[in-house]
Design a protein around this ligand. Structure first.
Ligand code: ADP
Ligand code: MG
Length: 493
């Protein structure tokens, strides 16, 4: 049996449950009276936050089921950052914030932040990598330098210490490797400091020339006084002009400046030629026609090489000697000659058409000075002028040489040019009067006409000493004419 009181309680509970299920939700509502609203059945409490004019604005209210169907109100979107639909009483009481989702909501900011996030570390990384590369490069260079030194030391040892290395080998090494301008300075210094001086062999403008011994071989040492340091430096510089080395230019070996505390010794070391200068040689000996041609050809070849500009990385500038004379030409054992004493030479820079040092137009040996130097009409702005003045001097040297050529037992004594017209140590004025005013030139003996080689030599020298510099032959032309002569079969006639 059921109790009627119990039944009424059960009915009341069922009513309450149904009533509850069919009633709406109570939600927080900012714009409602009492800040509360009540949803219809199946409604929801709504909570949202959005950014308006840079400020977070929250909206809390009730949502009807129709509003919820569109689902727009319940999901976050770009414009409204956060929306929340919930289904218990006052569940929208919490306060939402945009902050966590800001990057998604704010594309401008997010890009900036993204850029910062990407760029800063990558910049730091790049700087790090660069620093790393520089550091490695620095280490590598230091290694290379150390390694190069390592290489040079054995090279020195190899070049200097190995007893079978003679000067010829050294000079061969020098011309086949390296910069093309000479031995490494360390090697030059080491050679110079192991030379034992033997005897003086010459005296010139700037000091003494000695014969010295290096490893049993003869070398020539030109010693400058410390007053003439500029001349020493200049001559060493000219000899070390890239690609100057030639069979008919004195073979330079080393330059050294040794400070012994109280003075500086300035040395130029070169190959030694026991015959000495052409002046000494012609004083002592006569030459055959072939001997004359060999000497003339080698002098012309040396001068043509000096005068020639070679373009390119392994090229050389044109050089004018400015003191060509028989005392500045040396005779080798094999009867050929080399041009020496480059102390007054000038180099031509063809790219700027300038001469490498300020040139004083009255340098050289007065007796050998071209007429335009003597009367100061030389065009100093043209490098050609210096070459043409050299050619004039070459003509005089050829005359000295040809006089000593013995043809059928006949020859002349050795004489300097104008020996019969100027005093032994002539002034510029003495020479100028003869060469410029009287327009005299060395005498060409008639008997030279009877021998083809002598006739050609006579013609050549006349064409070298024209008063008009532009009319003179070039060194290359002289060289070609003499070499044709050497090819001629009847030179002995
Ligand atoms: N390499 C050498 N071998 C032999 N003799 C030399 C050598 N160099 C110079 N002489 C002699 O020394 C002289 C003077 O040398 P040089 O170089 O012309 O010096 P300077 O500049 O003082 O005129 C020459 O005329 C020659 O007699
Ligand atoms: Mg000299």
């Amino acid at each position: 049996m059921t109790c009627p009181r119990k039944k009424s309680v059960q009915a009341a509970l069922i009513f309450l449950c149904v009533a509850h299920l069919t009633a709406g939700l109570k939600c927080v509502c900012q714009l409602c009276a009492n800040h509360t609203c009540e949803t219809t059945v199946d409604g929801a409490c709504w909570n949202s936050v959005m950014l308006i004019d840079g400020k977070e604005e929250t909206v809390k209210s009730c949502l009807s089921p129709s509003e919820m169907k569109g689902q727009v109100f319940c999901y976050s979107s770009r414009n409204v950052s956060k929306r929340n639909c919930c289904f218990t009483d006052f569940c929208n009481n919490e306060t939402l914030h945009l902050q966590p989702e800001r990057p998604l909501e704010e594309p401008g900011w997010s890009r900036l932040q993204l850029a910062v996030v990407i760029l800063v570390p990558s910049c730091l990384l790049s700087v790090g990598i660069l620093l790393g590369v520089f550091a490695v490069q620095g280490l590598f260079c230091a290694y290379c330098r150390a390694h190069k030194q390592d290489q040079e030391e054995p090279l020195d040892d190899q070049m200097l210490m190995s007893p079978d290395k003679c000067l010829k080998d050294l000079i061969y090494d020098m011309s086949t490797s390296g910069s093309g301008s000479g031995l490494p300075l360390l090697v030059q210094r080491t050679i110079a400091r192991t030379i034992v001086l033997q005897e003086t062999i010459g005296k010139g403008r700037f000091g003494e020339v000695w014969r010295g011994k290096w490893r049993g071989e003869d070398v020539a040492v030109k010693i400058f006084s410390s007053r003439d340091e500029r001349s020493w430096f200049r001559e060493a510089e000219i000899y070390q002009t890239i690609m100057l080395r030639h069979d008919n230019i004195l073979g330079f070996i080393a330059a050294d400046n040794k400070d012994n505390g109280s003075w500086t010794q300035l040395w130029l070391v070169s190959e030694y030629h026991e015959h000495g200068s052409l002046y000494d040689y012609l004083n002592r000996y006569t030459v055959s026609v072939e001997g004359m041609i060999v000497l003339a050809l080698s002098i012309a070849s040396g001068l043509a090489h000096l005068h020639m500009e070679i373009i390119g990385t392994q090229g050389k500038p044109a050089i004018a000697h400015r003191d060509l004379k028989s005392k500045n030409i040396l005779v080798k054992k094999n009867g050929t000659a080399v041009i020496a004493d480059l102390g007054l030479a000038v180099k031509h820079d063809s790219s700027t058409n300038t001469i490498d040092i300020p040139s004083n137009h009255r340098v050289g040996t007065k007796r050998y000075m071209a007429p335009e130097i003597l009367d100061e009409t030389i065009n100093m702005n043209s490098f050609e002028s210096f070459k043409r003045a050299d050619i004039y001097s070459l003509g005089l040297v050829f005359w000295e040489l040809a006089r000593r050529c013995s043809v059928r037992g006949l020859h002349e004594d050795f004489q300097l040019p104008y020996y019969d017209l100027v005093p032994s140590d002539p002034s510029i004025e003495d020479v100028r009067k003869v060469v410029c005013d009287q327009k005299l030139r060395p005498n060409i003996p008639n008997q030279w006409q009877s021998c083809e080689a002598m006739r050609v030599m006579g013609k050549l020298m006349r064409e070298c000493w024209y008063a008009n510099p532009a009319a003179r032959l070039t060194a290359l032309r002289v060289k070609k004419t003499v070499s044709q002569l050497s090819a001629t079969k009847d030179v002995k006639d």
